[in-house]
Design a protein around this ligand. Structure first.
Ligand SMILES: CC(=O)N[C@H]1[C@@H](OP(=O)(O)OP(=O)(O)OC[C@H]2O[C@@H](n3ccc(=O)[nH]c3=O)[C@H](O)[C@@H]2O)O[C@H](CO)[C@@H](O)[C@@H]1O
Length: 353
């Protein structure tokens, strides 16, 4: 008889894509896979298009600051807990796996009340609020970063790396260049601003576009609504709002990356040994987790960090020059690192439960 597993997690693509990486590798002759997510979050679109049964619950936003909406959200979370409990009682899963994000909290509380084992994974160096709340209810906790272990109970926490989509590691450089219309005479520099793009990176790249295209062929993953049509026909410059299936081939053709400090993205580049410049989201725009992700990667010799406050066309080109010089050392360090792909470990842990 098949066993049932419920996945949860959402709010941003970063809390869903690792779940998809795991789901894709699960044996569906052995596992019945379900997903609990929010009514409006990105997870709904990403999961339902894969024909995975999707159950909606109410969810509030977890804020760290005082806001009148917090009161309404407490009721939304309570409603979410009741809905999640009803759903779990109906599905009767053997296991709940959570990637965090605010929608996961009611699911975890409900799972605990029904004594269902819970596995959670934290992608960022410091835990998000959802996983901070969820940790006490979890049976086991997995982290991408070594440093994250200190924030969780030692006895149930294991560092395993980031669950990376299998297909991302099997790209074909030649196909990537064909897709991009690029030749192999000049290095390829890919700019990725997280799943939503990054305005500041976009501006700095476009301001130095002529200098950059003299040395590189550029792939700009600029985010929805961020294409600059006045540059559409510039030789050696390709802009995409978002790339799906072709991303693996594009990355196989990529020599250098400029990226935000989102955990999934930087672990993918690490697994592919692509030297990177990380421009983390600032503390004003976020809880500062990307700065810590970036610092950790820089300290380990996987990346150069360039803080957004110092990002100008000049600093960008200077740091790119540094990156070119460090390329070989950085690639050797990345290749020798044990930190990386946690997909297999998670699949094994799921089987154990
Ligand atoms: C703004 C924000 O809150 N960002 C957070 C969010 O990042 P976000 O949702 O941006 O996710 P990540 O940066 O971690 O990963 C982006 C993912 O999108 C994929 N991709 C991107 C562009 C594209 O064209 N095609 C494509 O497939 C990448 O390969 C990667 O798998 O969750 C991460 C994991 O908790 C956090 O570290 C980030 O701080």
């Amino acid at each position: 008889m098949k066993k049932t597993i419920v996945f949860t997690g959402g709010g941003s693509a970063g809390h869903v894509t690792p779940n998809i990486a795991i789901i894709n590798e699960m044996d569906d002759s052995k596992w019945d896979i379900r997903y609990i997510g929010s009514k409006q979050g990105i997870e709904k679109e990403l999961i339902t298009k894969r024909n995975i049964p999707y159950y909606e619950i109410s969810s509030g936003k977890l804020r760290r600051y005082l806001d009148a909406e917090n009161v309404i959200d407490v009721f939304r979370v309570l409603k979410g807990c009741m809905e999640a409990r009803r759903t779990l009682k109906k599905i009767k899963p053997e296991l709940v796996f959570s990637k965090g994000g605010f929608v996961s909290v009611p699911v975890i509380i409900a799972a605990r009340s029904l004594k269902i084992p819970i596995l959670i994974h934290e992608s960022d160096l410091t835990p998000g609020l959802a996983n901070k709340i969820s940790q006490r209810f979890a049976t086991k906790i997995f982290t991408s970063f070594e440093e994250t272990k200190q924030f969780f109970p030692q006895e149930k926490t294991t560092v395993i790396g980031s669950p990376i989509r299998k297909e991302i590691l099997t790209g074909d450089a030649q196909k990537g260049r064909e897709f991009l219309g690029f030749h192999d005479g000049r290095p390829v520099l890919t700019m990725m601003g997280g799943s939503l793009g990054a305005k500041k990176i976009n501006e700095a790249v476009r301001e130095s576009i002529h200098e950059l295209t003299e040395k590189y062929q550029l792939v700009h993953l600029c985010g929805k609504g961020n294409r600059d049509e006045s540059m559409a026909n510039l030789p050696g410059y390709k802009q995409y709002e978002y790339v799906n299936e072709e991303l693996a081939d594009v990355l196989a053709a990529t020599d250098y990356v400029i990226t935000r400090g989102g955990s999934n993205a930087i672990f993918e580049f690490l697994a592919l040994n692509i030297p990177m410049i990380i421009v983390p989201l600032t503390k004003k725009q976020s809880r500062g987790d990307q700065i810590l992700n970036a610092k950790s990667f820089e300290e380990k010799g996987f990346a150069i960090m360039l803080e957004e406050e110092y990002l100008t066309p000049q600093t960008l080109t200077t740091q790119l020059e540094n990156l070119r010089q460090q390329r070989e050392t950085m690639q050797r360090t990345m290749a020798a690192s044990k930190q990386g792909n946690g997909l297999q470990s998670i699949l094994e842990e799921i089987e154990k439960v």
